[in-house]
Ligand binder design. Structure first.
Ligand code: NAD
Length: 368
């Protein structure tokens, strides 16, 4: 019986996480769920947004599914999501983006995967606030070392990019491509400007790519040009591997290419540990309204099923999701042509429709 840590999260997290959990249970796979708190609920109950027992549960079970968690802006409180990834060394973030029939999107037949480095870059959280003593000292030292002027009232964020982490993520991207029948890896960077950090990422990617020569094609591109090409010719892309910040931004861009955050699943993967979660955040204004789209979380659950070797259950659940999306009847407001369409159903009702379709598939949609 697979043991899985279940973290509902906050905001819309609990609604979409429970919808996904019900769908996973309905596949017939018998899960042993271990529910743990993180985010606002944990802060209230344990005085910390990421209690040690939550981390311990994921370490022990090695698989978790997690609803989104709010990160307040401009407070000393750092992101729980970033902390979770760092504590568990979940170095790879995998975000597949593909178009579904029935979901309005600017393109048809997009099918690409973002592989984002999760542990360093400007996300490392090495920041110095404007006006503080340490910042003033750092500015003086940097000005001396770099001979570049920095305004004395500047705030500073540090961007570490290492060979170790770059090599690990690029290898992961190539191995993912090989394991999933993908043909090409594109490394994305801004090495023309950030010659040392992005330059190192690019050089490492080029070096690692040589080991996969003849099996998986490789190219590298500048991040700005990649953004333009993605919105012009997304079908040119297959697997993209990126440092942390570009990976974050391009994930949302690619979610937009295929119909929005409501249908974009994801996974954070490390050595022997995986946490599955939607790309979207906690959308606090919709919290508790039973309104938002559960598809991204349910598809994250499909990724979880494949990860634990339950391919048949994954196929059945994914086929049911595709069927309900294609039909466009029992779907949430964001998937209707008019946002205030009164026929839109709630989060729970959409999950129920998916479960019902999984139990009685339409004849033309049964798996062969
Ligand atoms: P968000 O993804 O929460 O929401 C942006 C908008 O996207 C929403 O207002 C809504 O219109 C739409 N949306 C998102 N999910 C949807 C769904 N399932 N169905 C329908 N529409 C959906 O982004 P945000 O507003 O920038 O972030 C809110 C909070 O979430 C912030 O605190 C942020 O830090 C956090 N966040 C958490 C995670 C995570 O837990 N992994 C990821 C991203 C953002």
């Amino acid at each position: 019986m697979p043991r899985v840590t279940f973290i509902p999260g906050d905001g819309i997290g609990p609604e979409v996480a429970w919808a996904a959990r019900h769908c996973l249970d309905a596949t017939g796979v018998r899960f042993h769920w271990e529910e743990q708190l993180a985010g606002e609920g944990a802060l209230k109950q344990f005085n910390t947004p990421l209690p040690p027992q939550t981390l311990e549960s994921v370490r022990k079970n090695r698989v978790a599914i997690k609803g989104p968690i709010t990160t307040p802006i401009g407070t000393g409180f750092r992101s729980v999501n970033v902390a979770l990834r760092r504590e568990l060394n979940l170095f790879a973030c995998v975000r597949p983006c593909r178009t579904f029939a029935g979901v309005r999107s600017p393109f048809q037949s997009v099918d690409l995967v973002i592989v984002r480095e999760n542990t360093e870059d400007l996300y490392a959280g090495i920041e110095f606030a404007a006006g503080e003593l340490a910042t003033t000292q750092l500015i003086m030292q940097l000005t001396t070392l770099s001979k570049q002027p920095i305004q004395p009232d500047a705030a500073i964020s540090i961007k570490p990019i290492s060979t170790t982490a770059s090599e690990r993520i690029v290898r992961f991207a190539f191995d993912y491509a090989l394991g999933h029948g993908r043909k090409k890896v594109t490394a994305v960077h801004k090495a023309n400007i950030m010659k040392f950090t992005d330059g190192l990422f690019m050089e490492t990617a080029r070096r690692v790519a040589k080991a996969y020569d003849g099996c998986v094609a490789f190219e590298d591109r500048l991040v700005d040009a990649t953004c333009m090409q993605l919105v012009l010719k997304p079908k040119e892309f297959d697997v993209l591997v990126l440092p942390n910040l570009y990976g974050d931004i391009l994930s949302d861009l690619c979610a937009g290419l295929v119909g929005g955050l409501g249908v974009a699943p994801g996974a954070n993967i490390g050595d022997g540990v995986a946490v599955f979660e939607a790309v979207h955040g906690s959308a606090p204004k919709y919290a508790g309204l039973n309104k938002v789209n559960p598809t991204a979380m349910i598809l994250s659950g499909v990724m979880l099923l494949r990860h634990i070797g339950e391919a048949d259950a994954a196929d059945r659940l994914e086929t049911a999701v595709e069927s309900i999306l294609r039909e466009g009847r029992s779907v949430t407001y964001d998937l209707k042509t008019e946002r205030n369409d009164p026929t839109a159903v709630g989060t729970k009702e959409m999950a129920d429709a998916i479960i019902a379709r999984m139990r009685s598939p339409r004849r033309d949609e049964t798996l062969s």
